[in-house]
Design a protein around this ligand. Structure first.
Ligand code: GDD
Ligand code: MG
Length: 353
């Protein structure tokens, strides 16, 4: 599992935790992915870490609490997706023809992993890619196939995509393919390995599975993914509570007349005051939401303090920031960790001039 990226599009959230460790519906993205892998019968996972490597091992340990055997391999310099895969080769078990499943660590997906592996075995492909369809494929790896599912091109982040089928970030590699990736230098599977295999005529197969799929790389997607987990639109055995309209984690305090909904999650030890509304939002551990505040489609970082009467809509508030009473922040606003916004500093007015 590839978990070494920086998550720059999720700043300021990723200033304190690497993207795969940000809590979605109460637990790290990686925990949901690992649960799906385990539920599909996978017993051993190697995490390829780089940025903030230590936090993964601190959280997951040897994996026994998660029903898995976990190992870690850390890159001293980021090796890219292909380099990271090559770098874990010494930890992989099995023979040259055995299937190895590889996951991007920032995806929420309903993929039938066992079916992907079966397809790989049936076709005898060197690599089998999970493909999904998205509205705008330009931010992804675009993957045209022929009628039999054979991949004909791999076009990473192309401005003029010929299809809206994209690389969904889960692959099965024949073990020997991993051993052949150049070692000791940065390599991209998307820009170097896949195009190289196709140029050499190697069989690469695409497996279309159009169940739930989301890359959590942007704040909007991050909030969406959390809501979908809380409401059960995407199932996860790692969800720390029952599916519902909202999820309140242990030791949180929610005033009886506060309104929670839209798949919101309130983190461990967080406080939601009288008359506050939390709608479709992610409130991290220890955050405080003041009386009458209205928080919609937003992320409030760990320990952040949102004053009384504050309105947030489509906003990301970094860890430990303080937004004093009667501020109003709208879509796209990013408050950096520890920042302080004085009372009434920012408001939107509909009755100006
Ligand atoms: N260990 C390690 N080292 N992991 C890395 C590195 C690295 O140098 N660089 C990236 N990763 C991890 C990230 O943490 C993430 O889990 C995964 O590799 C993919 O990196 P992203 O940075 O999230 O890539 P992307 O979302 O722009 O594009 C990738 O995913 C798309 C699907 O979401 C590509 O694989 C696209 O082709 C694909 O469509
Ligand atoms: Mg991504």
């Amino acid at each position: 599992m590839l978990v070494g990226g920086q998550g720059s599009r999720l700043r300021p959230l990723t200033m304190s935790a690497p993207k795969p460790m940000l809590p979605v519906a109460g637990v790290p993205v990686t925990a949901h992915m690992l649960a799906r892998a385990r539920d599909a019968g996978i017993t051993r996972v190697v995490l390829a870490t780089s940025y903030r490597a230590e936090v993964f091992e601190d959280y997951f340990g040897d994996g026994s609490a998660h029903g898995l055997e976990l190992e870690y391999v850390t890159e001293t310099e980021p090796l890219g997706t292909g380099g990271a895969i090559r770098n874990v080769a010494p930890k992989l078990r099995g023979g040259p023809d055995d299937p190895i499943v590889i996951f991007n660590g920032d995806i929420l997906s309903g993929l039938d992993i066992a079916a992907l592996v079966r397809r790989h075995q049936q076709t005898g492909a060197a690599v089998t890619l999970h493909l999904t369809e998205v509205g705008d494929p330009r931010a992804f790896g675009v993957v045209p196939t022929d009628a039999d599912g054979r991949v004909t091109q791999f076009l990473e982040k192309t401005p003029d995509p010929p299809t809206n089928r994209i690389n969904a970030g889960c692959y099965v590699f024949r073990r020997s393919v991993i051993d052949e990736i150049p070692a000791g230098r940065p390599v991209s599977v998307e820009r170097e390995i896949f195009p190289g295999m196709l140029a050499a005529g190697t069989l690469v197969v695409g497996y279309v599975d159009s169940t739930y799929w989301l890359d959590l790389g942007t704040p909007d997607a991050f909030v969406q993914g959390s809501r979908d987990l809380v409401t059960g639109r995407i199932g996860s055995s790692a969800l720390p509570g029952p599916v519902g309209d909202w999820l309140v984690l242990p030791d949180a305090t929610v005033a009886t007349d506060a309104k929670l909904g839209g798949g919101s999650v309130v983190g461990v030890g967080a406080v939601v005051g009288d008359g506050a509304t939390i709608d479709g939002s992610v409130i991290f551990d220890g955050a405080v939401i003041g009386e009458g505040a209205v928080v919609r489609a937003s992320v409030v970082g760990a320990g952040a303090v949102i004053g009384a009467g504050v309105a947030l809509d489509g906003v990301v508030v970094g860890d430990g920031a303080r937004i004093d009473p009667d501020n109003e922040l709208r879509a796209g606003a990013r408050v950096f960790p520890g920042a302080v916004l004085g009372a009434g500093a920012i408001r939107f007015s509909s009755d100006r001039g």
